[in-house]
Design a protein around this ligand. Structure first.
Ligand code: SF4
Ligand code: SF4
Length: 177
């Protein structure tokens, strides 16, 4: 049963797990591998041995930034981010979502709906408040502000109607609304 579900998810991701020959180039380039409890190569190994649960319960699916470095480095064109995305939806459907990831997702989407793009300062502030970690990452604020990596105020929003329609379409497509 679990194997069948795993195969369905892999099919949705458009990835054949046996295409991976475990070279490890994906994990070697992943910027988040050092904090993942299952490295990208491990995700593929679990998919090969039918260990869906191990993937769903890993922190990897919530820490992956979707940067695609792993897929770019893979000598066999294995699209790990697509696998991780499917696993993330499956974990959410099973109620395995981490609270902080859920909060981040909600704050991010609210930001997009309000301003048409993410406003980092607001995202970080709200996220810290809602996850009860008010001082998290505050030490890097002066550096980021000085180097113009953060803006105090969001830009005038544009095309909000189109953006709202896009968000709704994406939610409908994923069966979230
Ligand atoms: S780089 Fe590709 S082939 Fe190598 S371990 Fe990662 S997914 Fe498998
Ligand atoms: S897409 Fe995810 S798994 Fe792949 S390199 Fe980026 S963070 Fe790592």
């Amino acid at each position: 049963m679990e194997n069948e579900r795993l195969n369905q998810l892999m099919e949705r991701a458009g990835v054949r797990q046996y295409d991976c020959y475990q070279c490890g180039k994906c994990s070697g380039g992943c910027p988040m591998a050092h904090v993942m409890d299952l490295k990208p190569r491990g995700v593929m190994r679990c998919a090969q041995i039918g260990s869906l649960r191990r993937i769903l319960e890993s922190n990897t699916i919530w820490l992956c930034t979707g940067c695609h470095t792993c897929a770019e480095r893979c000598p066999h064109d294995v699209d790990i981010p697509a696998v991780i995305e499917e696993m993330r939806y499956e974990a959410a459907a099973e109620g395995l979502t981490r609270r902080d990831s859920k909060v981040l997702n909600e704050v991010f989407l609210a930001n997009i709906r309000m301003f048409g793009k993410n406003h980092e300062m607001l995202l970080a502030g709200l996220y810290n408040m809602l996850t009860l970690k008010p001082l998290q990452d505050m030490a890097s604020l002066p550096h980021m502000y000085k180097n113009k990596l953060l803006k105090l105020l969001p830009k005038e929003p544009k095309n909000l109607t189109e953006i709202e329609a896009l968000v709704k379409r994406a939610e409908k497509w994923r069966g979230l609304k």
